[in-house]
Design a protein around this ligand. Sequence first.
Ligand SMILES: Cc1cc2nc3c(=O)[nH]c(=O)nc-3n(C[C@H](O)[C@H](O)[C@H](O)COP(=O)(O)OP(=O)(O)OC[C@H]3O[C@@H](n4cnc5c(N)ncnc54)[C@H](O)[C@@H]3O)c2cc1C
Length: 399
Amino acid sequence: MPAPTTAATYDVAVVGAGIVGLAVAREVLRRRPGARVVVVEQEADVAAHQTGHNSGVVHGGIYYQPGSLKAQLCVEGARLMYDYCAEHGVAHERSGKLIVARHAGELGRLDELYRRGLANQTPGLRRVDADQVREIEPHAVGVAALHAPDTGIVDFAEVARAIRRELEVEGVDLRFDEQVLAIDETGGLTTGRGRIRARRVIACAGLWADRLARAAGADANPRIVPFRGGYLALRPTPEPIVRGMIYPVPDPELPFLGVHLTRHLGGEVSLGPTALLVAARDAYALGRVRGRDLWESLTWPGTWRVARRHWRAGAGELLTAVSRRRFVAMAAEYVPGLTTADLAPGGTPASGPRPSIVTARSSTTSSSPTPVSRPSCAMLRRRQPPPPSRWPVSSSTAR
Ligand SMILES: Cc1cc2nc3c(=O)[nH]c(=O)nc-3n(C[C@H](O)[C@H](O)[C@H](O)COP(=O)(O)OP(=O)(O)OC[C@H]3O[C@@H](n4cnc5c(N)ncnc54)[C@H](O)[C@@H]3O)c2cc1C
């Protein structure tokens, strides 16, 4: 049943009911109790995209440049996330993470990560030797590792549902199945259902963040280029093969962290994700093609720059995405003896969109060691005086 277009003026309109949009709406109310807030979401429920399709890891802030905002947000965010889960009864577990060096050639990068992690005050971080690797993860091998005992696991969709309940109690209007088509500077949004007036708009649109930013007059650079992360699950065993998380030492030349093993709440162990350039921002199925997404990726100079620079890694990712044997072999470098016989039977691998912000020319938009970064959110204020202009964002099928 479509919600009627409202004549009310909100203090703040948040676009997107992923974890970022919901947390932003919650924070607005904490800072301004009584503010009239609306959250507008194009899907039927919260956490429909990245928030509901990720590895579920509460990261400890090891990787990021010391002093950077990302490092601060990651460490402080993890602390707040655990507090929130405890307060609201959301299941979580500090199962710990090992970043494993397979051979001496990876020790230099491991030590650099250690330096960063210590500078970032990642809780409990220590460097461990090969024997300690075995003590922490009996099935894993490596010449050395970093152990972050406070790194944990949570279901971010469950966190999103908890915030939704809080917002409902606070009287926030949550409008689902309503896509924002345009943001104008006269104070509001045009949606598939009509107009919403708001003094402030905060766009937390995840996979489509660049389109909404452009809709508010921002530059077309950078752009989101869609990748897809595929996972495999291991067959359940009485004693889990992995107790916490086992990660590779990331290669700073590559845009993603690499295939890792993660034991989730409930004991399921996943392998992944891969990172495959795909033809739709919401490519949960490998073959999904959306004309606009494909066109925007192919005509974006940054896509070709990344492809030229990483064609070898890209070809490897393609092979990994189509070959379960190769996928498992990558994980077996950390847990020897794993074979395709250890995979859960008959399951189609889970997947998640991995949108990446890619600039037109320079190699990176972020302080992360990767040449791409993930989209977050943008605050759009009314300018004075407001020009009566409006920009199209997307049609209802253009996701
Ligand atoms: C494969 C993968 C693994 C990951 N693993 C981890 C991990 O282990 N730990 C971790 O901390 N992070 C991880 N992440 C990152 C994490 O999932 C994201 O940072 C986070 O979920 C982003 O939340 P969001 O609210 O910004 O985006 P989303 O959850 O994508 O939400 C954005 C929302 O905006 C809505 N929207 C967009 N455009 C419009 C519009 N025009 N009108 C109305 N609504 C709109 C969308 O429908 C969507 O619901 C991972 C991400 C991926 C892809």
